[in-house]
Design a protein around this ligand. Sequence first.
Ligand code: ADP
Ligand code: MG
Length: 450
Amino acid sequence: MADVSLWNTALEIIKTKITKQSFDTWFSTIKPLSYDLNSSILTVEVPNKFSKDWIENSHKTLILESLKMIENKDVAFNVLVSDAKQPPLIPESSNTQPIRETKFNASTIIGLSLDPKLIFDNFIVGDSNRFAHGACVAVSEAPAKSYNPVFIYGGVGLGKTHLLHAIGNAIRKSDPSLKIAYLTSEQFLNEMVAAITSGKINDFRNKYRYVDLLMIDDIQFLQGKEGMQEEFFHTFNVLYSANRQILATSDSKPQELKIEERLKSRFEMGLIADIGSPSLELRVAILKKKAETEKVYLSDEICLYISNMEQHDIRKLGGYLTKIIAYSSITKSKISLDLVKECLKDVTPSALERKITIEELKEAVVKYYKLKPSDMVTKKRTQPAAFARQVAMYLTRELTDMSLPEIGQNFGGRDHSTVIHAYDTIAAKIQTDLVLSQELKEIQDLAKQL
Ligand code: ADP
Ligand code: MG
């Protein structure tokens, strides 16, 4: 059993600072459970949620100050609820065996690796991303001391992932002893499921509950996955009460996500920053910077031409540039406006695209794959209809302004996260599957002719 004399000493201090009544009411029911010397986390138990909230809202500062006074360093204070109806924050086994803390090497990155190219230095700031960028810089300079949690939302290709990597890279450089976890919520889910199946849920929990910085990308994937929301909620609480930094990104703001209210409110209590579509000026600046990194020169005229082909997704702009550079190197010709035009001849400028409707897309997919219209809305998941539906959802998201819930609604009342999953699946496939990427073009053409 861990040494909890720390708590008893803290009580002596606290007693002198609040009224006897308050002390007796709230502090007499607190049961110390463990004090983890490695992570400096003191865990206590209270009888119900109400006590927990009250203690955390009204006495947390006093408690933390008292603990700090005794230990001469910051001690995190973690409150568990013993009420059986409440899901335990830490696995039950922690009462009988000490929390197994994984030992990390300095600068351990848990989860996905960080791309060293995604740094603040090459993130160009404009009006559409200034606030989000500022928040991320602040976090990287003082994790958990400026804004916590931080929630960044915005459309595809606007720089959310770039910012998370930039924070991770900056912290890794400035304080390599900090443990950083970066992962997508999809990976969080996959690992959680694998851990449950193999009976290693405690390992999973310990992995993410003892980090200094947790960054979860694309949290919209949590929607409709209650078990995962629950697990994440507890991870969030453990980290938050231990004063660790939490960041999340999403395609929409917390209020619009279909997730549990308590999780939403956790995010709402922090800093929420959106990233909007980049202005022409910003798009040009980003292209110039990218070209500079690739050591190619782009004239203003060429930059403007490329920037006018895409008004939102910066990933697409980068893709065009890569294509142009490859084309110029293969054909051994200089990057001229003619070469750029030739290279992008199949690209329709995003602003000029005739809006294709979801009905046209569904009809085109049905025709192309020789299916029945009902295959687009059926609940059955049999192939090839399921795949065709994914294609149709992908194209709808790509080519129309419909929101994710609207798209889901139009495909047999499916939820938001199913649409994202379909989108991600197809987006990943077409990276390598040329046949499929050709099919998508043909379907798109077919839809335009309808
Ligand atoms: P998201 O996660 O929002 O979908 P990403 O962070 O993956 O978008 O960004 C897509 C691409 O655009 C990446 O290659 C990223 O480096 C680039 N990018 C986005 N915003 C900027 C910016 N402000 N400056 C430079 N590059 C950017
Ligand atoms: Mg991203």
